[in-house]
Design a protein around this ligand. Structure first.
Ligand code: AMP
Length: 548
Protein backbone atom coordinates (compact mmCIF):
# COMPACT_ATOMS: atom_id res chain seq x y z
CA UNK A 1 0.00 0.00 0.00
CA UNK A 2 1.17 3.57 -0.69
CA UNK A 3 2.51 5.37 2.31
CA UNK A 4 0.11 8.22 3.24
CA UNK A 5 3.10 10.53 3.19
CA UNK A 6 4.09 9.63 -0.35
CA UNK A 7 0.80 10.44 -2.07
CA UNK A 8 -1.63 13.15 -0.98
CA UNK A 9 -5.35 12.56 -0.72
CA UNK A 10 -7.53 14.24 -3.33
CA UNK A 11 -9.92 16.56 -1.46
CA UNK A 12 -12.89 18.47 -2.87
CA UNK A 13 -11.54 21.35 -4.93
CA UNK A 14 -8.13 19.82 -5.55
CA UNK A 15 -8.81 18.89 -9.20
CA UNK A 16 -8.05 21.56 -11.81
CA UNK A 17 -11.49 22.25 -13.29
CA UNK A 18 -12.66 25.13 -15.48
CA UNK A 19 -15.46 25.99 -13.04
CA UNK A 20 -12.83 26.98 -10.47
CA UNK A 21 -11.70 29.83 -12.74
CA UNK A 22 -14.97 31.56 -11.82
CA UNK A 23 -14.72 31.66 -8.01
CA UNK A 24 -12.72 34.83 -7.81
CA UNK A 25 -14.58 36.69 -10.54
CA UNK A 26 -17.86 35.98 -8.77
CA UNK A 27 -16.79 37.85 -5.64
CA UNK A 28 -14.23 40.30 -7.02
CA UNK A 29 -16.08 41.73 -9.98
CA UNK A 30 -19.86 41.20 -9.70
CA UNK A 31 -20.49 44.66 -11.15
CA UNK A 32 -17.75 44.62 -13.80
CA UNK A 33 -19.10 44.21 -17.33
CA UNK A 34 -18.98 42.03 -20.41
CA UNK A 35 -20.25 43.77 -23.55
CA UNK A 36 -21.36 42.37 -26.89
CA UNK A 37 -20.98 44.84 -29.80
CA UNK A 38 -23.22 47.82 -29.24
CA UNK A 39 -26.02 45.45 -28.39
CA UNK A 40 -25.77 44.18 -24.85
CA UNK A 41 -23.87 44.66 -21.62
CA UNK A 42 -24.01 42.16 -18.77
CA UNK A 43 -22.49 42.39 -15.31
CA UNK A 44 -20.43 39.42 -14.15
CA UNK A 45 -23.21 38.67 -11.67
CA UNK A 46 -25.63 38.42 -14.61
CA UNK A 47 -23.17 36.51 -16.77
CA UNK A 48 -22.53 33.88 -14.08
CA UNK A 49 -26.25 33.51 -13.38
CA UNK A 50 -26.82 33.01 -17.12
CA UNK A 51 -24.12 30.32 -17.17
CA UNK A 52 -26.03 28.47 -14.42
CA UNK A 53 -29.26 28.65 -16.40
CA UNK A 54 -27.37 27.61 -19.54
CA UNK A 55 -26.22 24.56 -17.53
CA UNK A 56 -29.93 23.88 -16.92
CA UNK A 57 -30.68 24.28 -20.64
CA UNK A 58 -27.90 21.83 -21.53
CA UNK A 59 -29.36 19.36 -19.03
CA UNK A 60 -32.84 19.82 -20.57
CA UNK A 61 -31.36 19.23 -24.02
CA UNK A 62 -30.09 15.88 -22.76
CA UNK A 63 -26.38 16.78 -22.83
CA UNK A 64 -24.47 14.18 -20.81
CA UNK A 65 -20.87 14.02 -19.60
CA UNK A 66 -18.67 12.92 -22.47
CA UNK A 67 -20.97 14.42 -25.14
CA UNK A 68 -19.75 17.00 -27.61
CA UNK A 69 -21.63 20.23 -28.17
CA UNK A 70 -20.88 22.21 -31.34
CA UNK A 71 -21.02 26.01 -31.41
CA UNK A 72 -21.27 28.13 -34.56
CA UNK A 73 -21.38 31.75 -33.43
CA UNK A 74 -19.45 34.98 -33.90
CA UNK A 75 -17.44 36.18 -30.89
CA UNK A 76 -20.05 37.02 -28.25
CA UNK A 77 -21.05 36.92 -24.58
CA UNK A 78 -23.01 33.76 -25.52
CA UNK A 79 -19.85 32.12 -26.79
CA UNK A 80 -18.16 33.03 -23.51
CA UNK A 81 -21.05 31.49 -21.55
CA UNK A 82 -20.75 28.32 -23.65
CA UNK A 83 -16.92 28.28 -23.18
CA UNK A 84 -17.59 27.74 -19.49
CA UNK A 85 -21.00 26.07 -19.16
CA UNK A 86 -20.50 23.24 -21.66
CA UNK A 87 -17.26 21.91 -20.12
CA UNK A 88 -18.61 22.51 -16.60
CA UNK A 89 -21.35 19.92 -17.30
CA UNK A 90 -18.66 17.35 -18.17
CA UNK A 91 -19.31 17.59 -21.93
CA UNK A 92 -16.82 19.08 -24.41
CA UNK A 93 -17.39 22.21 -26.47
CA UNK A 94 -16.53 21.89 -30.16
CA UNK A 95 -15.76 25.40 -31.38
CA UNK A 96 -16.67 24.91 -35.02
CA UNK A 97 -14.50 26.79 -37.49
CA UNK A 98 -17.18 28.71 -39.37
CA UNK A 99 -14.79 29.80 -42.07
CA UNK A 100 -14.24 26.31 -43.45
CA UNK A 101 -16.11 25.25 -46.56
CA UNK A 102 -19.62 23.87 -45.78
CA UNK A 103 -18.44 20.33 -46.60
CA UNK A 104 -15.41 20.62 -44.31
CA UNK A 105 -17.51 22.11 -41.53
CA UNK A 106 -20.07 19.31 -41.78
CA UNK A 107 -17.19 16.85 -41.84
CA UNK A 108 -15.80 18.25 -38.54
CA UNK A 109 -19.24 18.14 -36.88
CA UNK A 110 -19.68 14.52 -37.93
CA UNK A 111 -16.13 13.57 -36.95
CA UNK A 112 -16.45 15.20 -33.52
CA UNK A 113 -19.77 13.38 -33.07
CA UNK A 114 -21.56 16.54 -31.93
CA UNK A 115 -25.03 15.75 -30.60
CA UNK A 116 -26.27 19.30 -29.93
CA UNK A 117 -25.46 22.40 -31.97
CA UNK A 118 -25.80 26.07 -30.99
CA UNK A 119 -26.07 27.89 -34.31
CA UNK A 120 -26.15 31.62 -35.09
CA UNK A 121 -28.85 32.40 -37.66
CA UNK A 122 -26.11 33.36 -40.15
CA UNK A 123 -25.04 29.70 -40.27
CA UNK A 124 -28.47 28.06 -40.21
CA UNK A 125 -28.76 27.70 -44.02
CA UNK A 126 -25.45 25.90 -44.03
CA UNK A 127 -26.40 23.59 -41.16
CA UNK A 128 -29.73 22.86 -42.81
CA UNK A 129 -28.09 22.04 -46.13
CA UNK A 130 -25.65 19.65 -44.45
CA UNK A 131 -27.94 18.16 -41.79
CA UNK A 132 -27.97 14.72 -43.47
CA UNK A 133 -24.20 14.68 -43.28
CA UNK A 134 -24.31 15.05 -39.47
CA UNK A 135 -26.44 12.11 -38.32
CA UNK A 136 -25.48 12.36 -34.63
CA UNK A 137 -26.92 15.88 -34.25
CA UNK A 138 -30.14 15.54 -32.22
CA UNK A 139 -30.87 19.16 -31.34
CA UNK A 140 -30.19 22.55 -32.86
CA UNK A 141 -30.55 25.69 -30.74
CA UNK A 142 -30.83 28.95 -32.66
CA UNK A 143 -28.72 31.96 -31.72
CA UNK A 144 -29.85 35.40 -32.79
CA UNK A 145 -29.10 39.01 -31.87
CA UNK A 146 -32.81 39.85 -31.94
CA UNK A 147 -34.75 40.02 -28.68
CA UNK A 148 -37.29 37.65 -30.14
CA UNK A 149 -35.55 35.06 -32.28
CA UNK A 150 -37.28 33.99 -35.45
CA UNK A 151 -39.11 30.65 -35.22
CA UNK A 152 -37.14 28.24 -37.36
CA UNK A 153 -38.43 24.90 -38.57
CA UNK A 154 -36.61 21.73 -37.46
CA UNK A 155 -34.84 23.46 -34.60
CA UNK A 156 -35.18 23.20 -30.83
CA UNK A 157 -35.80 26.68 -29.58
CA UNK A 158 -33.65 29.76 -29.32
CA UNK A 159 -30.74 30.50 -27.02
CA UNK A 160 -32.15 33.53 -25.22
CA UNK A 161 -35.50 32.00 -24.29
CA UNK A 162 -33.79 28.71 -23.45
CA UNK A 163 -31.44 30.47 -21.04
CA UNK A 164 -34.21 32.68 -19.63
CA UNK A 165 -36.55 29.79 -18.93
CA UNK A 166 -34.23 27.00 -17.77
CA UNK A 167 -33.98 26.05 -14.10
CA UNK A 168 -30.38 26.87 -13.08
CA UNK A 169 -28.01 24.06 -12.12
CA UNK A 170 -27.67 23.94 -8.34
CA UNK A 171 -24.06 22.84 -8.45
CA UNK A 172 -21.67 21.84 -11.19
CA UNK A 173 -20.65 18.18 -11.08
CA UNK A 174 -17.25 16.90 -9.93
CA UNK A 175 -15.20 14.84 -12.33
CA UNK A 176 -11.68 13.93 -13.32
CA UNK A 177 -9.55 16.94 -14.28
CA UNK A 178 -8.38 14.99 -17.35
CA UNK A 179 -11.91 15.10 -18.80
CA UNK A 180 -11.89 16.59 -22.30
CA UNK A 181 -13.22 20.16 -22.19
CA UNK A 182 -12.66 21.51 -25.72
CA UNK A 183 -12.28 20.19 -29.26
CA UNK A 184 -11.56 22.02 -32.49
CA UNK A 185 -10.08 21.38 -35.91
CA UNK A 186 -6.96 22.66 -37.56
CA UNK A 187 -6.56 22.65 -41.32
CA UNK A 188 -3.39 20.99 -42.49
CA UNK A 189 -1.72 21.24 -45.88
CA UNK A 190 -3.40 18.08 -47.14
CA UNK A 191 -6.42 15.93 -46.35
CA UNK A 192 -9.22 16.55 -43.90
CA UNK A 193 -8.94 18.93 -40.94
CA UNK A 194 -7.44 17.36 -37.81
CA UNK A 195 -9.15 17.53 -34.40
CA UNK A 196 -7.17 18.60 -31.34
CA UNK A 197 -8.54 18.44 -27.79
CA UNK A 198 -7.75 19.80 -24.36
CA UNK A 199 -8.73 18.77 -20.84
CA UNK A 200 -9.90 20.89 -17.90
CA UNK A 201 -6.49 20.47 -16.31
CA UNK A 202 -4.79 21.69 -19.49
CA UNK A 203 -7.04 24.73 -19.92
CA UNK A 204 -6.59 25.72 -16.26
CA UNK A 205 -2.80 25.34 -16.40
CA UNK A 206 -2.62 27.22 -19.70
CA UNK A 207 -4.74 30.02 -18.21
CA UNK A 208 -2.56 30.35 -15.11
CA UNK A 209 0.69 30.21 -17.03
CA UNK A 210 -0.48 32.64 -19.74
CA UNK A 211 -1.39 34.98 -16.87
CA UNK A 212 2.15 34.69 -15.51
CA UNK A 213 3.68 34.97 -18.97
CA UNK A 214 1.73 38.07 -19.92
CA UNK A 215 1.46 39.86 -16.62
CA UNK A 216 4.41 39.34 -14.32
CA UNK A 217 6.93 41.58 -16.02
CA UNK A 218 7.69 45.12 -15.05
CA UNK A 219 7.10 46.29 -18.54
CA UNK A 220 4.58 48.67 -20.16
CA UNK A 221 3.42 45.70 -22.25
CA UNK A 222 2.24 43.67 -19.30
CA UNK A 223 -1.37 42.63 -18.90
CA UNK A 224 -3.16 44.20 -15.92
CA UNK A 225 -6.41 43.09 -14.33
CA UNK A 226 -7.60 46.66 -14.89
CA UNK A 227 -7.15 46.33 -18.67
CA UNK A 228 -10.15 46.27 -20.96
CA UNK A 229 -9.99 43.14 -23.11
CA UNK A 230 -11.34 42.42 -26.57
CA UNK A 231 -10.23 39.42 -28.68
CA UNK A 232 -9.18 39.97 -32.27
CA UNK A 233 -8.58 36.29 -32.96
CA UNK A 234 -11.83 34.38 -33.28
CA UNK A 235 -13.12 32.28 -30.42
CA UNK A 236 -13.39 29.23 -32.66
CA UNK A 237 -9.62 29.31 -33.19
CA UNK A 238 -7.76 27.86 -30.20
CA UNK A 239 -10.25 29.41 -27.74
CA UNK A 240 -9.18 32.92 -28.86
CA UNK A 241 -5.73 31.90 -27.59
CA UNK A 242 -7.29 30.99 -24.23
CA UNK A 243 -7.46 34.61 -23.17
CA UNK A 244 -11.23 34.77 -22.55
CA UNK A 245 -10.61 32.17 -19.80
CA UNK A 246 -7.91 34.38 -18.30
CA UNK A 247 -9.83 37.65 -18.64
CA UNK A 248 -12.86 36.07 -16.95
CA UNK A 249 -10.81 34.48 -14.16
CA UNK A 250 -9.38 37.95 -13.43
CA UNK A 251 -12.80 39.63 -13.59
CA UNK A 252 -11.60 41.99 -16.32
CA UNK A 253 -13.89 44.25 -18.31
CA UNK A 254 -14.46 42.48 -21.62
CA UNK A 255 -15.91 43.33 -25.02
CA UNK A 256 -16.87 40.77 -27.68
CA UNK A 257 -17.07 42.13 -31.21
CA UNK A 258 -19.38 39.68 -33.00
CA UNK A 259 -18.56 39.18 -36.66
CA UNK A 260 -15.20 40.73 -37.50
CA UNK A 261 -16.19 43.79 -39.51
CA UNK A 262 -13.38 46.36 -39.61
CA UNK A 263 -15.54 49.42 -38.94
CA UNK A 264 -17.22 47.73 -35.97
CA UNK A 265 -13.87 46.53 -34.57
CA UNK A 266 -12.42 50.04 -34.82
CA UNK A 267 -15.52 51.59 -33.30
CA UNK A 268 -15.43 49.18 -30.35
CA UNK A 269 -11.69 49.69 -29.83
CA UNK A 270 -12.29 53.41 -29.44
CA UNK A 271 -15.66 53.45 -27.71
CA UNK A 272 -14.66 50.97 -25.01
CA UNK A 273 -11.06 52.16 -24.77
CA UNK A 274 -9.75 48.66 -25.29
CA UNK A 275 -6.28 48.30 -23.76
CA UNK A 276 -5.49 44.63 -24.35
CA UNK A 277 -5.94 42.41 -27.39
CA UNK A 278 -4.22 39.88 -29.63
CA UNK A 279 -4.25 39.04 -33.34
CA UNK A 280 -2.37 37.75 -36.35
CA UNK A 281 -0.29 40.37 -38.24
CA UNK A 282 -2.66 40.52 -41.22
CA UNK A 283 -5.61 41.58 -39.02
CA UNK A 284 -3.49 44.34 -37.48
CA UNK A 285 -2.52 45.59 -40.92
CA UNK A 286 -6.10 45.44 -42.11
CA UNK A 287 -7.16 47.62 -39.17
CA UNK A 288 -4.28 50.09 -39.42
CA UNK A 289 -4.88 50.63 -43.13
CA UNK A 290 -8.62 51.09 -42.84
CA UNK A 291 -9.78 54.70 -43.42
CA UNK A 292 -11.49 54.71 -40.00
CA UNK A 293 -8.19 53.80 -38.32
CA UNK A 294 -7.66 57.53 -37.74
CA UNK A 295 -10.59 57.63 -35.35
CA UNK A 296 -8.82 55.27 -32.93
CA UNK A 297 -6.41 56.38 -30.24
CA UNK A 298 -4.06 53.43 -30.68
CA UNK A 299 -1.69 54.49 -27.95
CA UNK A 300 -3.67 52.89 -25.17
CA UNK A 301 -3.49 49.44 -26.78
CA UNK A 302 -1.23 46.56 -25.73
CA UNK A 303 -1.33 43.96 -28.49
CA UNK A 304 0.07 40.43 -28.60
CA UNK A 305 0.86 39.30 -32.13
CA UNK A 306 1.16 35.61 -32.94
CA UNK A 307 0.06 32.97 -35.37
CA UNK A 308 2.67 34.17 -37.87
CA UNK A 309 5.99 35.96 -37.66
CA UNK A 310 5.83 39.55 -36.41
CA UNK A 311 8.06 41.26 -38.96
CA UNK A 312 10.12 44.28 -37.92
CA UNK A 313 8.23 46.34 -40.54
CA UNK A 314 4.83 45.58 -39.00
CA UNK A 315 6.17 46.04 -35.47
CA UNK A 316 7.58 49.45 -36.38
CA UNK A 317 4.36 50.54 -38.03
CA UNK A 318 2.40 49.49 -34.94
CA UNK A 319 4.89 51.34 -32.77
CA UNK A 320 4.52 54.45 -34.90
CA UNK A 321 0.81 54.35 -34.05
CA UNK A 322 1.73 54.13 -30.37
CA UNK A 323 0.66 50.48 -29.99
CA UNK A 324 2.69 48.54 -27.46
CA UNK A 325 3.28 45.39 -29.45
CA UNK A 326 4.61 42.03 -28.32
CA UNK A 327 5.28 38.78 -30.21
CA UNK A 328 4.06 35.39 -29.07
CA UNK A 329 4.29 31.88 -30.44
CA UNK A 330 2.07 28.85 -30.44
CA UNK A 331 -0.12 26.63 -32.55
CA UNK A 332 -3.47 24.85 -32.43
CA UNK A 333 -1.82 21.74 -31.04
CA UNK A 334 -0.31 23.70 -28.14
CA UNK A 335 -3.49 25.27 -26.66
CA UNK A 336 -1.85 27.63 -28.00
CA UNK A 337 0.64 29.81 -26.08
CA UNK A 338 4.15 28.42 -25.70
CA UNK A 339 6.39 31.47 -25.79
CA UNK A 340 6.17 35.25 -25.34
CA UNK A 341 8.80 37.75 -26.45
CA UNK A 342 9.22 39.87 -23.31
CA UNK A 343 12.54 41.61 -22.76
CA UNK A 344 14.62 40.25 -19.93
CA UNK A 345 14.91 42.42 -16.79
CA UNK A 346 18.54 43.23 -17.65
CA UNK A 347 17.36 44.84 -20.89
CA UNK A 348 14.38 46.84 -19.67
CA UNK A 349 16.35 50.05 -19.94
CA UNK A 350 17.56 49.31 -23.47
CA UNK A 351 16.68 51.77 -26.23
CA UNK A 352 13.36 51.42 -28.07
CA UNK A 353 14.96 49.93 -31.19
CA UNK A 354 16.73 47.16 -29.23
CA UNK A 355 13.52 46.36 -27.40
CA UNK A 356 11.60 46.22 -30.65
CA UNK A 357 14.19 43.70 -31.82
CA UNK A 358 13.32 41.53 -28.83
CA UNK A 359 9.58 41.87 -29.22
CA UNK A 360 9.94 40.54 -32.76
CA UNK A 361 11.92 37.49 -31.69
CA UNK A 362 9.55 34.55 -31.75
CA UNK A 363 9.39 34.29 -27.98
CA UNK A 364 10.87 33.03 -24.75
CA UNK A 365 9.34 29.76 -23.47
CA UNK A 366 6.76 30.33 -20.71
CA UNK A 367 7.12 28.63 -17.33
CA UNK A 368 6.55 24.83 -17.48
CA UNK A 369 7.46 24.74 -21.19
CA UNK A 370 10.44 22.66 -22.28
CA UNK A 371 11.72 23.21 -25.81
CA UNK A 372 14.47 21.66 -27.90
CA UNK A 373 15.71 21.76 -31.47
CA UNK A 374 16.00 18.38 -33.18
CA UNK A 375 17.76 17.46 -36.38
CA UNK A 376 16.10 15.17 -38.94
CA UNK A 377 17.21 12.11 -36.92
CA UNK A 378 15.71 13.34 -33.66
CA UNK A 379 19.11 14.31 -32.22
CA UNK A 380 19.05 17.42 -30.05
CA UNK A 381 21.05 20.36 -31.40
CA UNK A 382 22.99 22.93 -29.40
CA UNK A 383 21.65 26.49 -29.14
CA UNK A 384 23.00 28.95 -31.70
CA UNK A 385 22.17 30.45 -35.06
CA UNK A 386 24.04 27.72 -36.90
CA UNK A 387 22.04 24.91 -35.33
CA UNK A 388 18.74 25.06 -37.12
CA UNK A 389 16.30 22.17 -36.89
CA UNK A 390 12.71 21.35 -35.94
CA UNK A 391 11.30 22.91 -32.78
CA UNK A 392 9.93 20.22 -30.45
CA UNK A 393 8.00 20.92 -27.25
CA UNK A 394 6.78 19.44 -23.99
CA UNK A 395 4.33 21.20 -21.68
CA UNK A 396 1.36 20.15 -19.56
CA UNK A 397 -1.18 21.63 -21.98
CA UNK A 398 -0.27 20.17 -25.39
CA UNK A 399 -2.90 18.12 -27.23
CA UNK A 400 -2.52 14.42 -26.47
CA UNK A 401 -2.97 13.72 -30.18
CA UNK A 402 -5.33 14.18 -33.10
CA UNK A 403 -8.88 13.04 -32.47
CA UNK A 404 -9.42 9.46 -33.67
CA UNK A 405 -6.27 9.53 -35.75
CA UNK A 406 -3.71 7.27 -34.05
CA UNK A 407 -1.23 7.40 -36.89
CA UNK A 408 -1.08 11.20 -37.10
CA UNK A 409 -0.99 11.35 -33.27
CA UNK A 410 1.95 8.98 -33.17
CA UNK A 411 3.74 11.08 -35.74
CA UNK A 412 3.00 14.32 -33.86
CA UNK A 413 4.45 12.84 -30.67
CA UNK A 414 7.28 10.75 -32.10
CA UNK A 415 10.17 10.31 -29.69
CA UNK A 416 8.11 11.72 -26.82
CA UNK A 417 8.13 15.33 -28.04
CA UNK A 418 5.40 17.28 -29.80
CA UNK A 419 6.75 18.11 -33.25
CA UNK A 420 5.77 21.64 -34.23
CA UNK A 421 6.77 21.40 -37.90
CA UNK A 422 8.49 24.76 -37.40
CA UNK A 423 12.14 25.27 -38.28
CA UNK A 424 13.94 27.21 -35.58
CA UNK A 425 17.02 27.76 -33.49
CA UNK A 426 17.47 28.86 -29.90
CA UNK A 427 19.41 32.10 -29.78
CA UNK A 428 22.20 32.84 -27.34
CA UNK A 429 19.75 34.46 -24.89
CA UNK A 430 17.44 31.42 -24.92
CA UNK A 431 14.71 32.88 -27.16
CA UNK A 432 13.09 30.68 -29.81
CA UNK A 433 13.69 32.03 -33.31
CA UNK A 434 11.42 30.48 -35.92
CA UNK A 435 13.02 30.68 -39.32
CA UNK A 436 10.37 28.79 -41.30
CA UNK A 437 7.65 26.18 -41.46
CA UNK A 438 9.05 22.78 -42.37
CA UNK A 439 6.84 22.84 -45.43
CA UNK A 440 7.69 26.45 -46.31
CA UNK A 441 11.43 25.97 -46.53
CA UNK A 442 12.64 26.38 -50.08
CA UNK A 443 15.27 23.96 -51.26
CA UNK A 444 17.38 25.55 -54.00
CA UNK A 445 19.85 23.15 -55.54
CA UNK A 446 20.13 21.19 -52.30
CA UNK A 447 20.46 24.25 -50.05
CA UNK A 448 17.69 25.31 -47.71
CA UNK A 449 16.66 28.92 -47.74
CA UNK A 450 14.09 30.48 -45.51
CA UNK A 451 11.03 32.02 -47.13
CA UNK A 452 10.61 34.14 -43.98
CA UNK A 453 14.04 35.72 -44.48
CA UNK A 454 13.14 36.90 -47.97
CA UNK A 455 9.73 38.07 -46.72
CA UNK A 456 11.39 40.07 -43.94
CA UNK A 457 13.70 41.85 -46.42
CA UNK A 458 10.93 42.66 -48.90
CA UNK A 459 8.61 43.65 -46.03
CA UNK A 460 11.08 46.37 -45.05
CA UNK A 461 10.63 48.19 -48.36
CA UNK A 462 8.55 51.27 -47.51
CA UNK A 463 6.11 50.59 -50.35
CA UNK A 464 5.27 47.03 -49.27
CA UNK A 465 2.16 46.25 -47.28
CA UNK A 466 2.11 42.44 -47.45
CA UNK A 467 4.42 39.83 -48.87
CA UNK A 468 4.42 36.05 -49.18
CA UNK A 469 7.28 33.94 -50.49
CA UNK A 470 6.81 30.33 -51.58
CA UNK A 471 8.94 27.78 -53.40
CA UNK A 472 8.01 27.05 -57.02
CA UNK A 473 9.36 24.16 -59.10
CA UNK A 474 12.37 25.02 -61.21
CA UNK A 475 14.01 22.82 -63.87
CA UNK A 476 17.53 23.84 -62.95
CA UNK A 477 17.37 24.39 -59.18
CA UNK A 478 14.53 21.98 -58.24
CA UNK A 479 12.87 24.89 -56.48
CA UNK A 480 13.30 28.64 -56.35
CA UNK A 481 11.60 31.44 -54.39
CA UNK A 482 8.64 33.34 -55.72
CA UNK A 483 7.36 36.47 -53.97
CA UNK A 484 3.91 38.00 -54.26
CA UNK A 485 3.74 41.53 -52.95
CA UNK A 486 0.80 43.80 -52.14
CA UNK A 487 1.78 47.49 -52.20
CA UNK A 488 0.61 50.24 -49.89
CA UNK A 489 -1.95 52.51 -51.47
CA UNK A 490 0.53 55.37 -51.85
CA UNK A 491 3.06 53.08 -53.59
CA UNK A 492 0.70 51.66 -56.19
CA UNK A 493 1.79 52.86 -59.62
CA UNK A 494 5.12 54.20 -58.37
CA UNK A 495 6.95 51.18 -56.90
CA UNK A 496 7.74 48.53 -59.53
CA UNK A 497 8.83 44.92 -59.44
CA UNK A 498 12.28 46.09 -60.54
CA UNK A 499 12.49 48.42 -57.54
CA UNK A 500 11.74 45.48 -55.29
CA UNK A 501 14.36 43.34 -57.01
CA UNK A 502 16.90 46.11 -56.42
CA UNK A 503 15.88 46.33 -52.78
CA UNK A 504 16.36 42.56 -52.34
CA UNK A 505 19.70 42.77 -54.10
CA UNK A 506 21.07 45.14 -51.44
CA UNK A 507 20.55 42.52 -48.72
CA UNK A 508 22.04 39.79 -50.89
CA UNK A 509 25.10 41.91 -51.66
CA UNK A 510 25.73 42.82 -48.05
CA UNK A 511 25.50 39.15 -47.07
CA UNK A 512 22.52 39.51 -44.73
CA UNK A 513 20.53 37.04 -46.83
CA UNK A 514 21.39 33.84 -48.73
CA UNK A 515 22.89 34.62 -52.14
CA UNK A 516 20.47 32.28 -53.90
CA UNK A 517 17.65 34.62 -52.97
CA UNK A 518 18.73 36.29 -56.21
CA UNK A 519 16.61 33.66 -57.97
CA UNK A 520 13.43 35.13 -56.46
CA UNK A 521 10.79 36.19 -58.93
CA UNK A 522 8.67 39.08 -57.67
CA UNK A 523 5.12 39.83 -58.72
CA UNK A 524 2.98 42.72 -57.52
CA UNK A 525 -0.51 41.45 -56.72
CA UNK A 526 -3.77 43.15 -55.79
CA UNK A 527 -4.33 40.87 -52.78
CA UNK A 528 -3.02 37.69 -51.16
CA UNK A 529 -5.16 34.65 -50.31
CA UNK A 530 -5.98 34.33 -46.59
CA UNK A 531 -6.82 31.33 -44.38
CA UNK A 532 -9.96 31.04 -42.27
CA UNK A 533 -8.19 32.88 -39.46
CA UNK A 534 -6.79 35.65 -41.64
CA UNK A 535 -3.24 34.40 -42.11
CA UNK A 536 -1.68 34.50 -45.56
CA UNK A 537 -2.58 31.15 -47.15
CA UNK A 538 0.56 29.86 -48.81
CA UNK A 539 -1.18 26.58 -49.60
CA UNK A 540 -3.60 28.39 -51.92
CA UNK A 541 -0.81 30.52 -53.36
CA UNK A 542 1.25 27.42 -54.17
CA UNK A 543 -1.74 25.69 -55.75
CA UNK A 544 -2.50 28.79 -57.80
CA UNK A 545 1.10 28.99 -59.03
CA UNK A 546 1.17 25.26 -59.78
CA UNK A 547 -1.97 25.74 -61.87
CA UNK A 548 -0.04 28.24 -63.99
P1 AMP B 1 -2.18 27.52 -36.10
O1 AMP B 1 -2.16 26.11 -35.63
O2 AMP B 1 -3.11 27.76 -37.23
O3 AMP B 1 -2.37 28.47 -34.97
O4 AMP B 1 -0.74 27.83 -36.72
C1 AMP B 1 0.42 27.65 -35.95
C2 AMP B 1 1.62 27.99 -36.77
O5 AMP B 1 1.71 29.41 -36.98
C3 AMP B 1 2.92 27.65 -36.09
O6 AMP B 1 3.24 26.28 -36.21
C4 AMP B 1 3.90 28.56 -36.82
O7 AMP B 1 4.27 28.02 -38.08
C5 AMP B 1 3.08 29.80 -37.07
N1 AMP B 1 3.40 30.76 -36.01
C6 AMP B 1 2.72 31.00 -34.88
N2 AMP B 1 3.33 31.97 -34.15
C7 AMP B 1 4.43 32.33 -34.84
C8 AMP B 1 5.50 33.27 -34.64
N3 AMP B 1 5.53 34.05 -33.56
N4 AMP B 1 6.47 33.35 -35.57
C9 AMP B 1 6.43 32.58 -36.68
N5 AMP B 1 5.46 31.69 -36.95
C10 AMP B 1 4.47 31.56 -36.04
Amino acid sequence: MDSPLAVTTARPGSALLIRDLLHRARRWAPLETVTYRNLRTLTYAELLARMERLGGLLRDLGVKPGDRVGVLDWDSHRYLELFFAVPMTGAAIHTVNVRLTPEQMAWTIRHANDTVLFVHVDFLPLVRACRDAMPAVRKVVVISDDDVAPAVEDTDGDYESGVANARPVESWPDFDENTVATVFYTTGTTGNPKGVYFSHRQIVLHTLTAGMGLAMYDDPLSLRATDVYMPLTPMFHVHAWGLPFLATALGMRQVYPGKYEPTMLLELLERHRITFSHCVPTILQMLLHHPASKTVNWSRLKLVIGGAALSPGVAREANDHGIRILGGYGMSETCPIIAIAHVKPLDVDADAETKLGTYTRTGFPMPLVEVAIHDANGVELEPGKDHIGELVVRAPWLTAGYLDDPQASENLWRGGWLHTGDIAYLDDDGYIRITDRLKDVIKIGGEWISSLEIEAVLGKHPGVREVAVVGVPDAKWDERPHAEVVLRDDAVGTVTERDLQKHLRVSIDDGSIHKRAILTTIVIAAALPKTSVGKIDKKVLRARLAGG
